[in-house]
Design a binder for this molecule. Structure first.
Ligand code: GLA
Length: 393
């Protein structure tokens, strides 16, 4: 049965490809054919709805392909708009929450859907940190703390896009000295590659001309049953972490490391999210309004060892996470409230998606026990995360 559907899926892709004679879809050149292809799959938003001018720069939609997988990315915030992989029946399924045009990303309330967040992904306590004896003050956009790089950060700026081929897109952004209060001219590069066997690789690189701090991550919201489906509470999650960094009521780490053993944060064996997510007898779950915590990965930067695994309850889609980062913020959409209209006219209802933000630990610039997030001139920042999709039949 699934073989038949796989063949159907391949034919569908082939048909889409025939409709669109440009394989690397820097879609500005291929509008009409591209739109036909999009109608065929009915999953990738129309490129023309991403073609705009923001901060005097052009925005667009880029579609990467390899085999059965397609990933749509806009250079507005270097955001992943769609991730399309086959489900257990071979049906193309969009597992990433997003909007179907650039406007709601640039004008809507910020949810960080699919975005690259920086300079500092996650929180910095009270928006202050010291570097080389100097104190820096940042926006406290998540009062009383700084979150995800500030008011615009890297998720609300236009990146320069350089399509490489069918499956690779390079995005670069120069953040000027003092932007959002951070020191140093920082050039960041994000390379999205769709590898064979339904894997999405994200490489991050950066250099600076002054000492600075940096923690880049991607903030995709996943629903492995398809974005806009019901809650993710029946997804089973494994996180390869014996410890996590407990937080205070404002989600700033206390600086301690605690064992997950015996707590609702023990995901060492696959466990449905919903089983313990409301266990507010645990203070950490209470503070996070559910899961919104940084796990200390046992993988210690080894990209070949699995950091996390998520198993859907309906589509059969399984996602594995591999990363060079030491931590993973597991967030389950506790602040989603149905106030945004996402692709296909769906709503971003409460807990209808989860995030696995691979990262350094929150508030590291103020936490001497945590691995450093400093970047100095002459150093090359480099990190990689892979989201790998398979199916359980
Ligand atoms: C991160 C944070 C959450 C929340 C989301 C965005 O995952 O840890 O607390 O701010 O981003 O809503």
């Amino acid at each position: 049965m699934h073989i038949k559907n796989n063949i159907f899926f391949i034919l569908l892709i082939a048909f889409a490809a025939c409709q669109n004679n440009s394989t690397m879809n820097n879609t500005s050149n291929t509008d009409s054919t591209k739109n036909d292809a999009d109608t065929t799959t009915q999953l990738i938003p129309s490129a023309k709805d991403f073609q705009s001018t923001i901060d005097e720069k052009q925005t667009d939609l880029y579609v990467l392909k390899n085999g059965n997988m397609q990933v749509a990315i806009t250079n507005y915030g270097a955001r992943i708009v769609s991730i399309i992989v086959p489900d257990k029946n071979g049906n193309p399924t969009d597992v990433s929450v997003g909007y179907d045009a650039v406007k709601p990303y640039s004008e809507g309330g910020d949810t960080y859907f699919g975005a690259i967040v920086g300079r500092y992904g996650n929180r910095i306590a009270k928006g202050k940190f010291k570097l080389d004896e100097k104190e820096y003050t940042l926006a406290t956009n998540n009062a009383p703390n700084h979150l995800h790089g500030g008011n615009k950060g890297f998720s609300r700026v236009v990146w320069d896009a350089q399509p490489q081929n069918d499956s690779t897109l390079i995005l670069t952004y120069l953040s000027k000295d003092g932007e959002e209060g951070y020191p140093g001219n920082l050039t960041s590069k994000v390379i999205y590659t769709v590898l064979s066997n339904n894997k999405l690789k994200i490489d991050y690189e950066a250099t600076t001309d002054k000492n600075t701090v940096l923690n880049l991550t991607n903030h995709t919201y996943f629903n492995l049953n398809g974005q806009g489906s019901e809650t993710i509470l029946n997804h089973a999650v494994m996180i390869n972490a014996d410890r996590y960094t407990p937080v205070d009521s404002t989600l700033i780490p206390t600086g301690k490391f605690e064992a997950v053993k015996g707590t609702p944060l023990d995901f060492r064996t696959p466990t449905a999210i919903g089983i313990r997510v409301n266990d507010t007898s645990n203070q950490q779950v209470k503070f996070g309004h559910g899961y919104d915590h940084n796990f200390v990965l046992n993988t210690k930067g080894n990209l070949n060892e699995k950091a996390a695994e998520v198993i859907s309850d309906q589509s059969g889609i399984v996602m594995d996470v591999y990363t060079k980062e030491p931590g993973l913020q597991f967030y389950v959409g506790n602040f989603m409230n149905g106030s945004h209209t996402i692709k296909g006219g769906k709503k971003d209802d409460y807990r209808t998606a989860f995030c696995m933000e691979t990262q350094h630990y929150p508030d590291s610039p103020n936490q001497p026990n945590f691995p450093t997030t400093e970047l100095k001139p002459g150093q090359q920042y480099q990190t990689t995360t892979i989201y790998a999709f398979t199916v359980n039949r």
